[in-house]
Write a protein that binds this ligand. Structure first.
Ligand SMILES: [Cu+2]
Length: 133
């Protein structure tokens, strides 16, 4: 009886695997380290439609932020006046020497993540994320 249950479970697992989406190989845990005002990962591919958790590590002795979105999102933040973010998963403030985690689920497309502190984007605090199906 136990053996039969195990066989049934194994078959069910096999069937689930066979139906796995094509993007299953892409990571859902991403680490990004900030050092000397640069992101150590500037090109990331993640699966669309599933939660992706980012661990953001600010190794610098100054504040940074990690804001991810499309062009209009960034245009808004470039001219924005919000000094601190924190209650939205796509807007993360990173005090000096801090670690924060955030989880987002993406529609297919290309997004950029940028630190919008004055001068930081121009200095190179920009990365690109592609969510693929
Ligand atoms: Cu910055």
């Amino acid at each position: 009886m136990i053996l039969r249950t195990l066989v049934a479970l194994a078959l069910a697992a096999f069937a689930a695997g066979a139906c796995a989406p094509a993007n299953a190989a892409l990571p859902t845990q991403i680490g990004i380290r900030i050092h000397y005002s640069h992101f150590d990962a500037t090109k990331i591919e993640v699966p669309m439609g599933v939660p992706v958790t980012f661990t953001l590590v600010n190794d610098d002795p100054i504040d940074h932020e990690w804001l991810i979105g499309d062009a209009s999102f960034h245009n808004r933040h470039r001219t924005g006046t919000e000094p601190v973010h924190g209650d939205r998963p796509d807007e993360v403030s990173l005090p000096p020497m801090s670690i924060k985690r955030t989880t987002l689920t993406f529609a297919p497309g290309t997004y950029t993540y940028i630190c919008h502190f004055p001068g930081h984007e121009a200095y190179g605090m920009v990365g690109v994320l592609v969510a693929k199906g």
